[in-house]
Design a protein around this ligand. Sequence first.
Ligand SMILES: NC(=O)c1ccc[n+]([C@@H]2O[C@H](COP(=O)([O-])OP(=O)(O)OC[C@H]3O[C@@H](n4cnc5c(N)ncnc54)[C@H](OP(=O)(O)O)[C@@H]3O)[C@@H](O)[C@H]2O)c1
Length: 280
Amino acid sequence: MSQTPFKDLRFGIGSWNMGEMPARAKEEQRAFEFALDLGIRLIDTAEMYGDGGSEQVIGAALAASSVKREELVLVSKVLPSNASKRGTLLACEASLRRLGVDYLDVYLLHWPGRHPLAETLEAFITLREKGFIRAWGISNFDLEGLGRWQKAESAAGVADACATNQIYYALSARNSEFDLLPTMKAQSMPLMAYSPLGSGQLMRDAKLRSIAEKHGLSPAQMAIAWTMRDPNVISIPKSVRPDRIEENFKASQITLSAQANADLDAAFPPPSRKMPLAML
Ligand SMILES: NC(=O)c1ccc[n+]([C@@H]2O[C@H](COP(=O)([O-])OP(=O)(O)OC[C@H]3O[C@@H](n4cnc5c(N)ncnc54)[C@H](OP(=O)(O)O)[C@@H]3O)[C@@H](O)[C@H]2O)c1
């Protein structure tokens, strides 16, 4: 993965449902500062989160931190409704302003929408030429959608430039293992696993809790380490609580035993046929 804009990072922190309430902004900023102090260098955000508020909170944390910009991998996303050529250019510049940085490492189309992919791609190419983004990618694209995106890239003369497809991938959402994940793996395209804790719901799953207890891990650590058992997967759990951020970060160092993986496979079986892409 060393050729990718992810710089070999396989663990990051998410930021959905953040930047929504001014009263919580300081706590959220401190959470990102804590994550940076801990050594987390990959941050995932989007113009959609808190209507820009999430990017602002992250920007405040970056401004207060001594971590150098070049050590970080910042990922943001354009909303499909903004993904015309002009709309994408404007959205990216607004994200950069809120984050207080000169460039994004990876800029994603949040999900497929009404604007032609070729138009969004044209904007991504312009943004890369201007130095506003280092790379682009997509999110919530199923196998067929990935094919359409890659066809647009070939037509634009930028084949194989897509840095990632960020999708819901968790013990509770293994659909992509049937075809999408193996295809991306064969192309050495990292998969960004969003909601690795099922947006928190997995934490209440009795099967996961009992398997985690058997193997001496917390349910969150088990769920995160499981997503990372495949070296092609990057996991981006979100938390505003320092104790959980540390717990989650530690999970990125854990290799599950064959028995733990077998127990999880039995409780959360992989798909045996093609299924629609899971989305949150
Ligand atoms: N591309 C997309 O369409 C898309 C969609 C969804 C998400 N995402 C990205 O992926 C990131 C992660 O997904 P997510 O936020 O949906 O969910 P998640 O990371 O699966 O789970 C987050 C939830 O779990 C709780 N939590 C975190 N660590 C925990 C721990 N150690 N023990 C118990 N509970 C814990 C958090 O609460 P506290 O914060 O209170 O700790 C929060 O409620 C997002 O933040 C976003 O950046 C992208």
